[in-house]
Design a protein around this ligand. Structure first.
Ligand code: COA
Length: 158
């Protein structure tokens, strides 16, 4: 049976969270392409069905509105992907997904790490709001339309 978790965002939106299944991949890829300038490949989501990384979806009124991908092992954890459908952004969905990921990881890891494009100010603001601190930069880590850009490495003590 699929476990579903009900949460309410700070804007009052009711979310149902459940783990990714193979039937969701096409819908998730549509959201991935609409939210990210450089989307993940489908195979990265397929890996979540069999690997140590977990992908949890957020649905509102049975519509996919966001997801979070995270992994833990060896005392550390990583936030690997986080996206919210453009029409549903700034309603607290990412914050809810992150809080859920933190609850899932707490007790299994001491630190949660992530990388974010230095130009992605709204994501950096979100992570700062959640208590992440900046650890440093990875030079030319991400591709852009006309070159490369740095990643900001951030961490949260769990
Ligand atoms: C970054 C992203 C996940 C945020 O999702 P969201 O559901 O809109 O975020 P929330 O509504 O939960 O916002 C929580 C906090 O994040 C910050 N934030 C979110 N959107 C912001 C924006 N447009 N401008 C400034 N700060 C923003 C704010 O601190 C906000 O708190 P506040 O509303 O009290 O000011 C979403 O914009 C997204 O999917 N972007 C494209 C994919 C991406 O960049 N993913 C992260 C990769 S590392």
């Amino acid at each position: 049976m699929t476990t579903s978790i009900c949460l309410t965002t700070y804007s009052g939106l009711v979310l149902h969270l459940r783990e990714l299944s193979s039937d969701d991949i096409a819908t998730v890829m549509n959201l991935e392409r609409s939210a990210h300038s450089h989307p993940w490949r489908q195979s990265s989501f397929e890996d979540c069905l069999k690997g140590r990384q977990k992908c949890w979806l957020a649905e509102a009124n049975n519509v996919l509105v966001g997801y979070v991908v995270f992994a833990h092992g060896g005392g550390d954890a990583e936030l690997l992907n986080l996206a919210v459908a453009p029409a549903f952004q700034r309603k607290g969905i990412a914050q809810c997904l992150l809080e859920f990921a933190l609850t899932s990881i707490t007790g299994k890891a001491d630190m949660l790490f992530l990388e974010v494009r230095v130009s992605n100010q709204k994501a950096i603001d979100l992570y700062a709001k959640m208590g992440f601190f900046e650890l440093g930069n990875r030079k030319n880590y991400y591709p852009t339309l006309n070159g490369r850009e740095d990643a900001l490495l951030m961490a949260l003590q769990l």
